[in-house]
Design a protein around this ligand. Sequence first.
Ligand code: NDP
Length: 504
Amino acid sequence: MMKTTVKSLERSRQNLFIGGRFVEPKSGNYSASYDPTTGESWYEFAEAEAADVDAAVAAANSAFRNPAWRRMTQTDRGRLVRKLADLALERADELAAIETRDNGKLIKEMRAQMRAMPDSYHYFAGMADKLQGDTIPVNKLDMLNFNVREPLGVVGMITPWNSPLMLLTGTLAPCLAIGNTVVIKPSEHATASTLALAELITEAGFPAGVVNVVTGAGRSAGEALTRHPGVAKYVFTGSTETGRRIAANAASNLTPCSMELGGKSPHVVFADVDIERAVNGVVSGVFAAAGQTCVAGSRCFVEASIHDRFVEALVARTGRIKVGHPMLDDTDIGPLALSAQLTKVESYVASGLREGARIAAGGKRPQTDELSRGWYFEPTVMVEAQNDMAFMRDELFGPVVGIMPFSSEEEMISLANDTRYGLASGIWTQNIDRAMRFANQIEAGTVWINTYRSSSFMSANGGFKESGYGRRGGFEVMREFSRLKNIILDYSGAMQDPFVIRLK
Ligand code: NDP
């Protein structure tokens, strides 16, 4: 039974989850987790160091070899993943409340995410006994040549703070369905929901050590995990800078990675659209979750003939967005999750102003008594933006959109692709030929046409360019977290003399 609740977390000390038990960190060190609405500490998490990471990887390796897991049928593995899905659904609202308290995201959004998350576990549970190999012809008689798919071993998962459980699901569910074991290192800024999920893993009946959670800072626990020779693959979700470092660490052991990194996604609006609909699309694309989404459409290109009308409508809509406490149902935007994030957003807005952009809406912290203590920032529209300004080049991970006019399709595509990132993109137009030309030319892993941010665990998502490699979702991910083994069987009953070569 999951014991962790928001109430039980208050002023508590949370331990590591290794080998099926909650254990104290070897160093005895704990650090504070902060409530983004007040900036105050609300519980402490254990600081794992190299020795704890060693223990977690050893537990995962031993679980991988344990016949209770290794020799379990794929159908039974699928059954366990389904059980986990059912438990997660029962506890969805509590898991949502924990995430909101930890990272400040809206309770209504987290509830929707947590209630939808079990569907993803069910989807991959159904694939557990459908991952099949193939039979290959061979130019010999009485010989069978076939490929089988096997689990990889221990998968190291490093997750960010913005949607810890939802982002974990896309790889944890398939990894368990395939038969891998895992060590998870959540962000130090939001660890509690992953530890609560660990309780459900035990309750579902997974053998001890199949899932382990090491909390702690990226620079210590994360470094130790990504340099560990006992890990078969890493899956990382986070910034491009950290991804680069992790890939270099992993390379020293020739360990492959799957990288889901940052973005600076273009959102394009043509003159033939219903402006209100496109404004809603742009608002949801960049201001949802206070802009703390990897796919945020933070560079908005608007056809010159409607630029002024579009900006006017966007500014009016932005003015109606309610910034407030994330637990209130009428709040549209909550605080940023970290104080460093708030400072970063402020400094990029200031640099945008210095470089010649202008604030058309927002641009500062809300000044009310109620909000001034938390890490809130107003939804911000910057006009007269240019692609080479720092706030248009770098990922802010905050509620800021830069607007630029364009005059031709060629100009638009060249502006849209002028970025080191390639995660997502969106276009608003009624012209299907134009939409498909955009889809063909844009350098991004996802293209939304007349919508934005709609996603499905049934399709494979991932980045181009510096937004990463590897895919999440769909059947593709079952291949990414399994490996092929080729088996050749001679059933002729004879072994030819190796020194007699028959020429044709
Ligand atoms: P970071 O890259 O700062 O951190 C991500 C994770 O990596 C955290 O668990 C962090 O731990 C850990 N980490 C940090 N340094 C190291 C290290 N040297 N070795 C190993 N692990 C390390 O990203 P954020 O948490 O700030 O998340 C925001 C970023 O994530 C944005 O760039 C966003 O675009 C990206 N993201 C991408 C998504 C995608 O699907 N493409 C989805 C969601 C977010 P700790 O926090 O404890 O330091």
